[in-house]
Design a protein around this ligand. Sequence first.
Ligand SMILES: [Zn+2]
Length: 326
Amino acid sequence: MRTERGFTRMTLEEFEGWLPAQQVTRTVLSVQQHHTFLPAYGHFTGSNHFTLQQNMKHHHVSANGWADIGQHFTSFPDGTIVTGRPLESNPACIFGNNQHAICIEHLGNFDAGRDVMTAAHRQAILRMTAAICERFAIPVTADRVVYHHWYDLATGVRTNGSGTTKSCPGTAFFGGNSVDQAQRNFLPKVRALLDGGTVIEAELPARGYVRVTADSLNVRRGARPGAPRLRAVTAGTVLRVYEEAGGWLRVSNAQDEWVSARFTAPVERATVRASSLNVRSAPDRTADKVAAITRGQEVFIHERANGWCRIGTEPRWVHGDFLVPA
Ligand SMILES: [Zn+2]
């Protein structure tokens, strides 16, 4: 394991040991698969991992104006993995669908006729996806392990590939980038790597959920103001709550980790029950349609107004009749 320029490079085995030890307070529900397109295999020399990662960060920060590199991890043709954005931050990888996600970029261009994925890379992609699903209790289904190609670029609507989409993670990624191909080829291979073929529920069911209302909220080892500070989470982050005691909330099922309840507000977890549900810019049926979400998608309700629900920190509203408690 080596750290350089703010990134850590790991072998697959090191990653599998490292990930379970990472404490992450935000609620993670999905893992996204991407290819970098550029840089591609031709740009990889076998030793320039950090340079390529830094160039991507530079492009994301300078050209796109993002706060950091977009992805949490980049996988390389030699089967190694380099860290990117902190796990506690939402990625910047699929417009409108980043809040509860982990984003992996696989270095290369996996459109048909372009880079031929190496055996080591293939192993790394499958095993790192399995490790992420296990760590965050993400079921290995096409609702939760998702391809960029399945989302409209302009609206963030999940179209399963129709409309204006990227081919990402590539038209030849594990036999193709359609939902059907993922279900036939990629997902069963990930599932086969997990004990018993399914994700063991690593987390107890939460008693409830809250969002962070302060700009920055400390997570502490203990339910008191002076307790050792472990890390901070930012405004809008959704946290699982396992216990409440004297104005403090325990936000980890296994660890003694607490936040002050004063800087949080309750949110509700819900599932979409309409085949397609319009997302509007205000709680009103005449307001601009900004996106649509589909049956089975999970959302967090941050605010209610006149039968409408704001899902997330941005002004994205859906009618409450089409949501059921998750
Ligand atoms: Zn992508």
